[in-house]
Design a protein around this ligand. Sequence first.
Ligand code: GLY
Ligand code: MN
Ligand code: MN
Length: 301
Amino acid sequence: GEDPKIDKLIAENDKDAELLIFTSEQRLIKEQYEIDQLQLAVDATARGFDDMIKVLPKAVAHERGERVVEGAFYGRARAEGNDLGYNTIAAAGSHACVLHWVRNDGRVKSGELMLIDAGIEMDSYYTADITRTLPVNGKFSAAQRELYMLVYESQIAGFKAARAGATITDINRACHEVLAKGLEKLGALPVSAEESLKPENGFHRRWTLHNVSHMLGMDVHDCAQARRDVYMGPLKAGMVITVEPGLYIQPDDEKFPPEFRGIGIRIEDDVVITDGDCINLSDSLPRHPDEIEAWMEKLVK
Ligand code: GLY
Ligand code: MN
Ligand code: MN
């Protein structure tokens, strides 16, 4: 499909579809070179997050502050890598409740959170896929911190579940259990967390919106042509996945008191599966609210 002249020279081949599946499945387990490339992508992305934090005061002063943040990351991606691995999501305030907010044309306001999902692709094409949710003014409010901690604890449960022999479904369940219990405690669920977690119910999904893991590699959603039972089957050492739980309270959601409305939080890290605990390639980027506040204080003078 690249060059019509060459296409004409090659007989139609119904094995193409099979080859696509085969190569996708060959890519599931990463060798050391690939993991090294992913680590380089993650490290460049971490520096890109520093750049975005540094530019926040400028972003707050600009009427399209989200673009100012996006632009800071793009500079880093082009300087250190080949390109972005995918379009940057720079979602301030309630834009974070729009899952793939890539218009990035909104204001960035002090007192609100900003959800940033960004990844640099190296010249080898391996890409990071990292999300951090940051308080624009450097300090979480009580409500922001309360919701954030739920996602934080959910991600820790996800990390614990992410090991060889487990499945992506197991990781998803581990993360959603924590989120559903937290939503029950906050009084948002119409039933118990246990009831909600039954597959036929899923009331908590109103606020969790998406599943928490996918393969990562040369594509941000790597190995997407693999057969479903292989992709969703037992994880093996050397696979690299994301762990990315989230909670999203729409701006008009009356199930929550006003101070919680319009808050969207996701934390996303890139991990290597092993026979023991997973290895978090993006562990250098702060995740806990106290660490995030310290990180921002150091960078924004
Ligand atoms: N950035 C796309 C994703 O997190 O899957
Ligand atoms: Mn992802
Ligand atoms: Mn992402």
